[in-house]
Design a protein around this ligand. Structure first.
Ligand code: SF4
Length: 286
């Protein structure tokens, strides 16, 4: 059981719910006399409705937190999980802005929380295409080749940027790979490919937007690294990309080429070590 960066999102969500409760109570106190002028029972009905809605969201946060921390899905579907997170996220942004918490830290916490929920919902994944979605800033600024918008095959594999390694891992695993210049192109590609799941590499802001825009489609977010500042000659930890591919491969029952040498059947010991490896992959993804 590991809280890690997820702790921040859960803590701010809880704080945001306290603020929301205060807001609801004050608003109800102020408007109750007006409502009473329409009907004597109306203040009570509105108060109970607001209380029930608040209870449902609080329960949702509790269950989402349990799923993320234990790695076990406790909500009925990913759609419900997504809806709870969708409701909580604006609340978290508002509460963190009021408390002056660094925006990128909150977004990193959200991404880790999302990844944990995708891992917890592994039994709900539908078979289908796994899309590798990359930002244009991974390409070397000195590269003369256009690789965006379905032109990834134009990459000459010179090794000057991480695109070569990403293309190699995508080919070995038979995954479609797209380098998108922005959200509009990314959405168009998702519409065309209709993937069952996505591995997205991007910065905190783009990943957060992409993940929430794609709900309830499962998206594992991998943060890029920015040794030269934002949006320019960025890179990504290939181990994290391979872990994400291995997670979906294990969950969907196909063997990533990277692991062809690992036996998938055999002695009980071998099966035991496969289970151990599977658990390690899920833990790393979470
Ligand atoms: S690896 Fe591909 S995208 Fe990167 S600089 Fe070389 S040719 Fe360009």
């Amino acid at each position: 059981m590991k809280l890690g960066e997820k702790r921040l999102f859960i803590t701010i969500s809880a704080g945001g719910l306290v603020l929301l409760a205060i807001f609801i109570a004050v608003a109800w106190y102020l408007i109750a006399p007006r409502l009473g002028e329409f009907h004597a029972d109306l203040p009570g009905v509105v108060g109970v409705a607001a209380g029930v809605a608040f209870f449902v969201v609080t329960l949702g946060l509790g269950l989402v937190a349990v799923s993320a921390v234990t790695g076990q899905r406790v909500l009925f579907s990913q759609r419900i999980t997504s809806t709870v997170v969708r409701i909580l996220f604006p609340l978290v942004r508002l509460a963190s802005a009021i408390l002056g918490i660094d925006k990128d830290r909150v977004k990193r916490s959200f991404i880790e929380m999302n990844n944990a929920l995708v891992a917890a919902g592994r039994d709900t994944l539908r078979p289908g295409t796994l899309l590798l979605l990359l930002p244009h800033c991974l390409q070397a600024t000195t590269c003369p080749h256009k690789i965006t918008g379905g032109l990834i095959e134009n990459c000459h594999g010179c090794g000057s940027c991480v695109i070569e390694s990403l293309l190699d891992v995508a080919r070995k695993n038979g995954l479609p790979l797209t380098v998108a210049t922005g959200g509009t192109l990314a959405r168009r590609v998702i519409g065309e490919v209709d993937p069952a799941a996505i591995i997205a590499v991007a910065c905190e802001t783009d990943l957060t937007t992409g993940i929430t825009d794609s709900y309830p489609l499962p998206v594992l977010g991998v943060l890029n690294e920015r040794p030269h500042g934002p949006c320019r000659d960025t890179t990504v930890d290939m181990t994290r990309v391979r872990d994400a591919i291995a997670f979906f491969a294990e969950a969907l029952g196909w063997a990533p080429d990277e692991r062809e040498s690992s036996p998938r059947t055999g002695s009980p010991d071998a099966e035991g070590s496969q289970e151990d490896e599977k658990e390690r992959v899920w833990t790393r993804v979470r």
